[in-house]
Design a protein around this ligand. Structure first.
Ligand SMILES: *[C@@H]1O[C@H](CO)[C@@H](O)[C@H](O)[C@H]1NC(C)=O
Ligand SMILES: *[C@@H]1O[C@H](CO)[C@@H](O)[C@H](O)[C@H]1NC(C)=O
Length: 291
């Protein structure tokens, strides 16, 4: 495991509300933020996809089969990713993928998802600074998920009975602890900005531990894949997928299902199921007057 990769991945997983002052068409209900920018790895769901390598293809079925369009969109999920749910909360359209869009300015105004599988690492330290210079003043920094519970690592480490790989999870915990501290320091240094840290580890562990409460009865096996926990081979074809992912926590060897993503997004928004954002949730940050 390359811990440098993880470091970069977390720092990349930012959700950014962009204070654009470009004149735009007024929607019927004004959005709560002018735009939502996403910097991160391909899913911006759990910080796990920098482990994916370059063969992962989310632009073909069964990816996207439960999405609004029932088509693959490049999202690493059967349906929506957390950012989609947050865009709806903000009254914004789904954030278009940077790679998927043709540079349409109207798309850009509402934000762009700069994610792409394994390619999120490009010169990010520079980008972060640029965002501040571009008047980005509200940011969500996402921590690492319990990666040790991903089917891929449970397969790789040969765990029994769906036990998570504890040393990997411990690393996530340590990292999130550090990240939360860094975000606090950054908030002090940038007094005119709002930066929150959302510990997706906490929210994910709540779902794993209380899976029955949430209606999940398949907790360690992915819906799509092959081998033990369906964690050996990546999800490559519709035939490798379960018939209905709604009882599953994991969609593929690394990524959660649409249902899990919705729960995590609720937590980021207002801590609906688990308080996991510090010092406040996204809804409170959005409602706060600009400093
Ligand atoms: C999970 O629940 C579904 C629907 O209630 C059921 O069809 C399925 O067999 C259950 N799976 C397991 C592994 O218990
Ligand atoms: C999957 O199962 C759930 C209930 O267990 C049901 O509400 C949903 O419609 C099913 N989805 C599909 C695509 O069959």
């Amino acid at each position: 495991m390359d811990s440098n990769t993880i470091t970069i991945s977390i720092i990349l997983s930012l959700i950014i509300l962009f204070n654009l002052s470009i004149a735009q068409q007024e929607p019927v209900i004004p959005p709560l933020a002018p735009a939502l920018f996403v910097i991160g790895d391909s899913s911006v769901d759990s910080g796990t996809n920098n482990f994916l390598g370059t063969f992962a293809r989310s632009d073909r079925l069964p990816y996207g089969r439960d999405f609004d369009t029932h088509q693959p969109t490049g999202r690493f999920s059967n349906g929506r990713i957390p950012v989609d749910y947050l865009a709806l909360r903000l009254g914004l359209p789904f954030v278009p993928s940077y790679l998927g869009q043709a540079g349409n300015v109207k798309d850009m105004i509402h934000g762009v998802n700069y994610a792409s599988a394994g390619a999120g690492i490009i010169a990010i330290s520079g980008s972060e600074l640029n965002l501040y210079n571009l008047n980005v003043r509200k940011m969500v920094v996402m921590g690492l998920a319990p990666i040790g519970c991903a089917p891929r690592y449970m397969w790789e480490y040969g765990t029994e009975n769906g036990d998570c790989v504890e040393p990997i999870n411990d690393m996530s915990i340590e990292f999130n602890f550090l990240m939360r501290y860094i975000v606090e320091k950054l908030a002090e240094e940038l007094p005119d900005a709002n930066i929150i840290f959302c510990d997706v580890y906490e929210g994910s562990m709540d779902i794993l531990n209380n899976h029955n409460h949430y209606g999940f009865n398949v907790t360690s096996e992915a819906c799509c894949g092959f081998g033990k926990y369906r964690g050996w081979l990546m999800c490559l074809s519709p035939e490798m997928a379960c018939s209905n992912a709604s009882n599953y926590i994991w969609w593929d060897q690394f990524h959660p299902t649409d249902t899990v993503n919705g729960i995590l997004a609720d937590n980021i928004w207002n801590g609906e199921h688990t308080k996991m954002c510090y010092p406040m949730h996204l809804q409170d940050m959005v409602n706060q007057k600009a400093k």
